[in-house]
Design a protein around this ligand. Structure first.
Ligand code: FAD
Length: 364
């Protein structure tokens, strides 16, 4: 499978309508972009995570569309890969063809008004009812919710600390997937809410084992953290090129900005951040391809990549002077600010890294 086959000829857009978001998602799916890293028996390319990140980086470079990249990542790590790992044969058969073909859009709903970084503060509940489950609660800041056909919704078994995961469809009784957020950033993604005043689900919508939700969240977020910036490296490559072009052509004294050390050092830092981000993401892909866990590597990758993207977005806008405040560059600063929070903030990644070093252990 060559890149030309899997990365569509999509360019940038400033259309942030839902119609455009769906059309661009479908265009990516049509070229097979959602099939990387998936076994052939489920309709995937049977290739590696290393192939996946190359395709995502190329998509980022071509589209410079962080919203589209976010939508694709939410879909893959939120629902496709949890289904591959935890779904029953029947669930895989029912859901994967539509999700890999892009006819169905998905994501995962963890965050609640009272539970962000601390997933254990979740108050959405699931109780056994009518041979299935009744799920009640409210989720917010959910990528793809306004468009999604299906979301993996996490809920607490009432009266216990255990979390479980459920496949919830847009047309299930007692649920509403809706628009609603005021976040600046990822303008072309659709981010919204899930209202569950009393969602009735048949028993077969439980995903994974009852009570396994916390582990499933952990594994889903490890993939998300490892790869959510793969596409963004394409955007960072474009930022770097813009800064270099400007510095080479902008007169400064008897020469150009490209001869001013204060400017070239800033560009050198951007280059180093880009290459280090790529190395971290490649490391995660390689580890997964070798069947290894990426708890530490994915936390390090996400922490480094999100901080690097923010600093390089600020630098790119700064190097271009006031003209850097026109168009896409300042919008990327907003995207990068949100990037430090989603999928676990920078502080949460540091907590994970410290825990993996045996720190933060309470006295028993
Ligand atoms: C663009 C975008 C897309 C998103 N998509 C999804 C999605 O698809 N599904 C989903 O479920 N959620 C999604 N989220 C929500 C995201 O996961 C949360 O924003 C994130 O978990 C942080 O939670 P919070 O915003 O409630 O911040 P809080 O948890 O309230 O944290 C506030 C601040 O306190 C710090 N903090 C909190 N706890 C600790 C701690 N223990 N140690 C150190 N510092 C701490 C944080 O770092 C942060 O700076 C998305 C968010 C954004 C911005």
């Amino acid at each position: 499978m060559t890149l030309a086959n899997t990365v569509p000829e999509l360019g940038p857009t400033d259309d942030d309508s839902h119609e455009s978001a769906r059309a661009r998602f479908l265009t990516c799916a049509a070229t097979g972009l959602l099939r990387h890293g998936v076994d052939a028996q489920y309709g995937g390319f049977d290739d590696t995570f290393q192939a996946l990140i190359v395709a995502h980086a190329e998509l980022g470079m071509r589209t410079r569309d962080p919203g589209l990249l976010l939508a694709i990542n939410a879909h893959l790590w939120g629902v496709v890969f949890p289904l591959l790992r935890f779904g029953t044969a029947r669930q895989k058969q029912d859901w994967l063809p539509g999700l890999l073909g892009g006819e169905q859009i998905g994501g995962h709903a963890i965050t609640e008004p009272q539970a962000g970084s601390d997933i254990h503060a979740m108050v959405t509940t699931a109780v056994a009812a009518n041979g299935g489950y009744r799920v009640e609660g409210h989720k917010r800041y959910i990528t793809n919710a306004p468009l999604a056909d299906v979301l993996v919704v996490y809920a607490r078994e009432e009266g216990t600390p255990s979390l479980s995961a459920f496949m919830v469809r847009r047309d299930d009784p007692g649920v509403e997937f809706r628009t609603g957020h005021g976040i600046k950033g990822y303008a072309t993604a659709t981010i919204g809410e899930v209202l569950l005043p009393g969602c009735e689900l048949p028993a077969e919508r439980l995903l994974g084992k009852q009570g396994a939700g916390a582990v499933m969240i952990q594994l889903a977020l490890e993939h998300e953290r490892a790869f959510i910036f793969a596409g963004m490296t394409g955007v960072m490559r474009w930022q770097l090129q813009r800064a270099i072009e400007y510095a080479r052509t902008r007169p400064a004294g008897s020469g150009y900005l490209a001869g001013v050390q204060g400017v070239t050092h800033r560009i050198a830092d951007m280059q180093l951040r880009l290459e280090t981000t790529r190395l971290w993401i490649r490391e995660c892909a390689q580890l997964l391809d070798e069947g290894k866990r990426i708890t530490l590597a994915s936390a390090q990758a996400k922490l480094y990549a999100s901080e690097a993207f923010l600093q390089s977005s600020l630098d790119a806008a700064h190097i271009l002077g006031a003209s850097g405040l026109e168009g896409e560059l300042p919008e990327l600063v907003h995207d990068a600010m949100a990037g430090r929070l989603l999928s676990g903030s920078s502080e949460i990644q540091k907590n994970i890294i410290a825990a993996m070093l045996g720190l933060g252990v309470k006295k028993s």
